[in-house]
Design a protein around this ligand. Structure first.
Ligand SMILES: NC(=O)c1ccc[n+]([C@@H]2O[C@H](COP(=O)([O-])OP(=O)(O)OC[C@H]3O[C@@H](n4cnc5c(N)ncnc54)[C@H](OP(=O)(O)O)[C@@H]3O)[C@@H](O)[C@H]2O)c1
Length: 266
């Protein structure tokens, strides 16, 4: 496996680094992390002995074959401009930044650069990310497979056209936040009915995990799975009616649309 360098180790970068280091797909010595402040990235080295740390993006680009940009979108132009001389044509640049297009990245590097736009999500931290992968025309199918292997080492990944990026941001990039809100609200409902709070979070989160697994592992339509739990005149259909009365589906659909629109306007 090649050397993989991360520029930026905040929420998303750390989730990917932890996921990759835990998955054992690459040797720890083949993971290089670049942050602005060494004291902020030092804990990663303590946790995963062997990772290489630097505060110098140029040094990282010199050493890494695959460079993953996990910094805020507005810092990308400055970083890519500063390392442009070191970006030889064999290196693969991966950006996870919302709203930064392949075209933007080509303009900041060169039209012959190997660019991949990826949209992961923070469950990478526990090996359950969902990542979309959109390579430009300079990336070979073998290289795309290598990138897919990296992102599949801490979750699931799918190669999709860049035109689907807004939808990806809405449905998986941002959605852990909406699901946490759902879990919190489920637990609040249980607390309202007398359950201690620590138990309520466990019941709520495991119910969401189990339902998600049912969708993925049975391959059944979510509507059919919902029908299987709603017995006539029972408790669940009462809850379903309440959710419909309160615009649950419409609220979720609008949230996905809002995230997608924001991504396209960035
Ligand atoms: N969070 C998510 O759920 C999520 C999901 C999908 C995609 N993304 C994308 O991931 C990217 C990072 O988001 P985030 O939530 O991880 O942001 P974040 O927590 O703010 O992390 C950004 C990191 O970049 C570092 N940084 C800034 N300038 C740098 C430089 N010149 N060289 C090296 N490191 C530098 C920052 O270091 P300092 O703290 O020292 O400034 C910080 O640790 C964004 O583009 C976002 O669109 C995020």
């Amino acid at each position: 496996m090649k050397k993989i360098g991360f520029i930026g180790a905040g929420n998303m970068g750390t989730a990917m680094i932890r996921g990759l280091a835990t998955a054992n797909l690459v040797e720890k010595e083949d993971i290089i992390v670049c942050g602005r402040h060494i004291e902020k990235i030092q804990p990663l080295e303590t946790e995963f002995n062997g990772l290489l740390l630097t505060t110098n993006p140029e040094k990282l680009v010199e050493q890494a074959d695959i460079i993953i940009l996990s910094v805020k979108p507005y810092t990308i132009p400055e970083i890519l401009t500063s390392v442009k001389d070191k970006l030889t044509s064999d290196k693969i640049i991966i950006s996870v930044a919302a709203g930064v297009t392949i075209n933007d990245l080509e303009e900041l590097t060169s039209s012959t650069a190997k660019i991949v736009r990826v949209m992961p999500n923070t469950p990478a931290l526990v090996g359950e990310a969902m990542s979309s992968i959109s390579p430009n025309a300079n990336v070979t199918s073998e290289e795309t497979q290598q990138i897919s292997a990296i992102f599949s080492s801490f979750g699931e990944s799918e190669v999709v056209p860049e035109s689907l990026m807004d939808a990806v941001v809405g449905v998986s990039g941002s959605s852990p936040a909406y699901v946490y809100m759902f879990i919190e609200a489920l637990a609040d409902g249980a607390v309202l009915n007398g359950m201690p709070r620590d138990k309520a979070y466990k019941f709520a989160a495991q119910a969401v995990l189990g339902a998600a697994k049912m969708v993925l592992e049975t391959g059944e339509h979510p509507g059919k799975l919902k029908d299987m739990v709603t017995s006539p005149g029972g408790t669940t259909i009462e809850a379903v009616k309440s959710l419909e009365d309160n615009g649950f589906r419409s609220a979720v659909l609008s949230a996905v649309q809002a995230a997608a629109q924001k991504n396209s306007s960035m």
